[in-house]
Write a protein that binds this ligand. Sequence first.
Ligand code: FRU
Length: 529
Amino acid sequence: MTKNSTIHTLCLLLTVVVLVSCSRKEDKPAVVSSTSAFYNEQHRPQFHFSPKEHWMNDPNGMVYYQGEYHLFYQHYPEGNTWGPMHWGHAVSEDLIHWKHLSIALFPDSAGMIFSGSVVVDHQNVTGFGTADNPPLIAIYTVHNMEGEKSGRNDYQNQAIAYSADRGRTWTKYNGNPVLKNPGKKDFRDPKVFWHAPSQAWIMILAVGDHVELYRSTNLTSWTKSGDFGIDQGSHGGVWECPDLFPLQVDNGKQKWVMLVSLSDGGPNGGSGTQYFVGNFDGTGFTNDNPKDKILWIDYGRDNYAGVTWSNIPEGDGRTIFIGWMSNWKYANVVPTTVWRSANTLPRTVQLKETGDGLRLTSMPVSEFDSLALTSNEVTQQNISDSLDLSSTITALSTYELDVEISNADKTGFVIELQNEVNQKVVFGYSPSEGNRYYVDRLMAGKNDYSLNFPGKHYATRISSDTTVKLRMIVDRSSIEIFADGGLTVFTDLVFPDRVFSKLKIKSQGKPITLKSANVTAIDTIWKVE
Ligand code: FRU
């Protein structure tokens, strides 16, 4: 065969392949093709942030600055499993479409760059910028591997770096560390915020089984002012990635919320994030709830190490959270190819009064609505057995289901997402069995890489509303469920071999009333490289 005829045969073969994939597209493709080959590998999230390639864990340093939302993240750029940590970097003008930037912070002889936060030094107290161009200051943990290996306890210290060019380049401060380890094995993940009433920067730090609070007026020297948690909440794992922020309550008062991620012992096993509601006076935090009351931000298994954006303009007023959509139980082995891990959708968090006290709600940021494509409305009806909504799902197979079921508190229901090879993920509500919601991903696709992955995740329903309102957001490898206005949330990864192209709502025994249902196709955010 000559070189030309080989090329000709290859072209023919290629044409056949293209035709086959085109004709499959007509009747919902097995693997959906979006507008380009970019971000289109199997299981690649279409509207969640994921690194272009290689490993990611915790979101870090989220800050809004000069029209851009910055997102940094724990990143190992040379492999698809956890390794020497860098800070990866991306920016967005709308919290939804992300532009990748070059790596912000690299490990050096002092150690790896672990989790932390970024603030805007508006007064330029550090002198690393100017009054007109206030610098961004990153406060992070330096983890010294040699120190750890040699059996020392003081291998995690807090350091800072600064940028005077909108986060594009960073310089490590030559007076690092700014907070030295006093000999505590776990001493990490500083989250810093400005506390106007006491005119100080506050750092909340995870220290094994508690958090510590530090104060500073210049971001370079820190004094301990309090600690919290040794006898509070859940201690199923080591405490990590804390956050502390105020939220307005309906009665016009303000409460403080503390987030604490736990490496293990989450509500359905593995990593999870608990929260406390109380007061902060600039030095210490007090919990409004009994010390053994455990509150979780999410009941799925894949929302970890989440914290909130800093410097959101007052006129906006939102508190915006994002989490790492994985779990240390299996994060390193999930079946993705060129990248590993994605983040949750950015979410607005609020405090709502319930019969049982104040509870944290999370809902996708409103900017997410800009991804809505065609919407199919289903008319009000009774479901005595099963309602098949598969025809409402477009070829993209990434969608949002909004549903209201009015008498579900008497009988319960299930919502089944299924694919052409009978893999399915099921959301259910069982009022008679402990008044619980659940997500069942036992048969949701690939799950042989870890015994810890398959499972059924439960949450006792918090709301007592007779109508169940759900927002269910389905990407290629995740499902996020916001029930009752975000009072109960599940974030769960799933790795189906084909997209979930079938959708059914089923009553359980007695008929249920579907008050409304809408299925909206969700666009990809990854159109241009
Ligand atoms: C949480 C965590 C942090 C640490 C980082 C290291 O997932 O363990 O405590 O800073 O990951 O990558």
